[in-house]
Design a protein around this ligand. Sequence first.
Ligand code: GDP
Ligand code: IMO
Ligand code: MG
Length: 435
Amino acid sequence: MNTYTKSLGQIVTVLGAQWGDEGKGKLIDIISEQYDIIARAAGGANAGHTIYIKDPADTSKQLKFIFHLIPSGIFNENTVCVIGNGVVLELPTLLEEIDLLEKHGVKTDSRIFISDRAHLVLQYHKIIDGIQEEMKGKSKVGTTMRGIGPCYTDKVRRNGIRVHDMKDFAVLEEKYRANLAMFKKMYGDFDHDADAELAELKKISERVVPMIIESAHYLNEAAKEGRKVLIEGANGALLDIDHGTYPFVTSSNSSVAGVISGTGMPATKLNNVIGIMKAYTTRVGAGPFPTELDDELGEKIRETGGEYGATTARPRRCGWFDAVVGKYSTMINGYTEINLTKLDVLSGITTLKIATSYKHNGKPLASFPANLDILKNVEIEYLEMPGWTEDISKIRNYDDLPENARKYVEKLEELIDCKIASIGVGVAREDMIFK
Ligand code: GDP
Ligand code: IMO
Ligand code: MG
């Protein structure tokens, strides 16, 4: 174990600092060996967190896992995983993930708990997700179609169905049918087999009910007893419903605010808040992306970085590192440190560019604009830095990185005004430099 992991506090949060897919899953898997409890705070199966572990049958090979709901610390057998109240939970997906783990010999019994206050994502949410996207036409969000927006809408409209309702099926069924009748008035008749879904829910309730806990109480009691809690964010700061590129965002607070509301851990208890940033930028779905590279270089980064959505397999849009985004996201979330990922992907690019500021109509912008018409038309000031040609994926000591790679990292630190504590140089657990 490295000294960095050891130095982390009792309650640590890991958050996506750009538009998602920064590599949260990998860092959580690495540092979870030091933690007793790994808790997901927000989002749902829109998230796709990738972990590579050594194949126990042949340790020269890596096995790839993508989790949409199960916290990324599950491979450390001493951890307990909690799905917090802020998560919108699609139960069949959760059970599929559990089954997959069991198939690989990972014991999940008494290791996965779900909050009684989490909201259930149901089939009708996914259908409505599709209807709404179609209605939006040209201005569609490009959602993951996992029913996230419609489920959070129900939560805010106060007609959601929560996990504790699984304990009283008659009540659940009544709420379910009332919702369906309402949606059919709102959206017209749509194809939907309510009886089949209700029967499925009833069937799986036997497996689900034993996993239900009062999660905020559980987490706070655990913290009081001195147990260590690692909180896993989902999505990314620029996808946050309040602070992101609205309306091209997800439907929850993927910033630190969502950690507090989504777990019930008070803000005063949080120690380190680690922001994960890619050494460049990616985005899936629609919405402005100032530093996007719509050219061969963008494609080269996509191919080298394997930039295809972990949830939808859509090609991710790629572009230069945007320090305006980095600084803004650091301001909102108050990162105590950054994990910079995928530095290896930039090897071989002759000149690297970093967006340092935005101007609009010739005037510098003080921060990140709310108005997307402004964001779409900003003039970007770039800083150019010489790249490096060496393969850096086997490097484990910061000082062994090529000088230009170190200069790039140090420039990012200076621009975003936050220390970079770790640097990812590949997909595997070992591919991390602790600075
Ligand atoms: P998450 O949603 O933030 O957990 O990130 P994803 O799993 O959606 O996407 C990150 C992708 O980058 C995954 O395929 C990871 O295996 C991969 N990855 C993470 N860190 C690194 C790194 O340092 N270098 C390389 N080459 N790949 C990485
Ligand atoms: P992780 O946790 C990348 C994006 C979608 C879409 C928008 C809204 O893996 O980093 P939604 O289905 O949430 O209503 O979609 O948000 N999005 C993500 N992009 N990574 C994610 O999660 C994302 N979760 C949502 O692509 O643009
Ligand atoms: Mg992802």
